[in-house]
Design a binder for this molecule. Structure first.
Ligand SMILES: Nc1ncnc2c1ncn2[C@@H]1O[C@H](COP(=O)(O)OP(=O)(O)OP(=O)(O)O)[C@@H](O)[C@H]1O
Length: 340
């Protein structure tokens, strides 16, 4: 349903995405996960037909986003990071208006608005001015405008950002309810979002795809990786040095001090593979005269996968971020040809 091949985008001297390839099957929710500045929004705007790629191709339902941009727009519902809403319109008035500019025939507009409001839990708010809605409800209106023309593909850029936990849960349920009959790409840098909502996840870092798989497979793939959490008493700098010298160790992180007695410290050690790591940690610390109070092995989590795949040297990534970058100014902005 969505095929992205060797896509690249440069803004002047900044490479935002570099040679990325991934796809989404009909009916699935694909999470597009990456840290800030990884290139998620850039990719989504290219897919939605709002930004030209520098190289590569992207197809939606078989249509090329560049050469068949109108056909693609009819088949895509796009929720940008900042949803373009008109605050002085009522929910219903706004949705009717969006239906019109998206080319929904006049006799179908009210029906489509009703369906979208129903999907998004907005029936009670239909007569309310958008500016009087809470952020969570505005986000629902943003999703409703994205699905108003019944597109088979929905692209949601950080749909839960800025919402409170209850609103996040409601929006997640709403997105899940849309899957099956729609193919959804959901960009986020929130890990639980991916495990709770997505069938598969593509992880992007510094403009490049570093993994695509189910959340489960990604964590299983790392089953060879091992992590331990430990509590010591004494010289924590020395402990960290000793642990970093152990051959399989990749990272040693100092954790928070909450609820710890004086002079106690908590550390997390991760390594390529276990290879007797627990014993080696214990021996290294105890032989150096440090008190080891606790040593616990941890299972790999999606967070481990994410940190593992996105903690890289800054040398090959995009260049310095620009002062500011363009937000969508209108409901249906013209394709952005500017290379800021
Ligand atoms: N209009 C623009 N002009 C110049 N550089 C840009 C522009 N838009 C994005 N960039 C740069 O391209 C890179 C990727 O940005 P993008 O917004 O796609 O990342 P993102 O993964 O969506 O980040 P976030 O999670 O912070 O929204 C960043 O280095 C960003 O500064």
């Amino acid at each position: 349903m969505i095929e992205v091949e060797h896509l690249s985008k440069t803004y002047g001297s900044t490479t935002a995405i570099r040679d990325i390839t991934f796809g989404a099957q009909p009916g699935e929710i694909l999470g597009f996960l990456g840290p800030n500045g990884a290139g998620k929004t850039t990719t989504m705007r290219i897919l939605a037909g709002y930004l030209p790629a520098s190289e590569g191709t992207a197809r939606v339902a078989g249509y090329d986003v560049h050469s068949d941009s109108m056909a693609v727009r009819q088949r895509i519902g796009y929720l940008p990071e900042s949803p373009p809403l008109y605050p002085d319109m009522t929910v219903q008035g706004f949705l009717n208006f969006v239906a019109k500019i998206k080319g929904v025939p006049a006799d179908l507009r009210q029906k489509r608005a009703d369906i979208a409001m129903d999907h998004c839990g907005l029936i009670d708010k239909r007569k309310v001015l958008i500016r009087k809605l809470s952020k969570g409800y505005r986000q629902r209106v943003g999703i409703a405008q994205a699905i108003i023309h019944d597109p088979p593909v929905i692209i949601l850029d950080e749909p839960t950002v800025g919402l409170d936990p209850r609103q996040i849960n409601e929006v997640r349920q709403l997105i899940k309810g849309l899957a099956g009959s729609h193919t959804i790409i959901l960009s986020t840098h929130i890990l639980p979002e991916v495990s709770m909502t997505c069938d598969r996840v593509t992880i992007i870092n510094r403009g490049q795809v570093v993994a695509t798989d189910t959340p489960d497979n990604l964590t299983t793939r790392l089953s060879g990786e091992s992590a331990y959490e430990l509590e010591i008493k004494g010289d924590v700098d020395r402990a960290q040095r000793l642990l970093r010298e152990l051959s399989p160790v990749r990272q040693v992180t100092l954790l928070g001090l909450e609820h710890l007695p004086e002079y106690h410290h908590r550390l997390r050690v991760s390594a390529e593979a276990d290879r007797g790591l627990g014993g080696a940690i214990a021996a290294a610390l105890v032989n150096a005269g440090l008190e080891l109070h606790e040593l616990r092995r941890q299972q790999a989590t999606l967070e481990d996968v994410f940190l593992n795949l996105t903690t890289t040297e800054p040398a090959t990534g995009p260049t310095a971020p620009p002062e500011a970058f363009a937000e969508l100014p209108t409901i249906e902005p013209a394709p952005d040809e500017s290379e800021a």
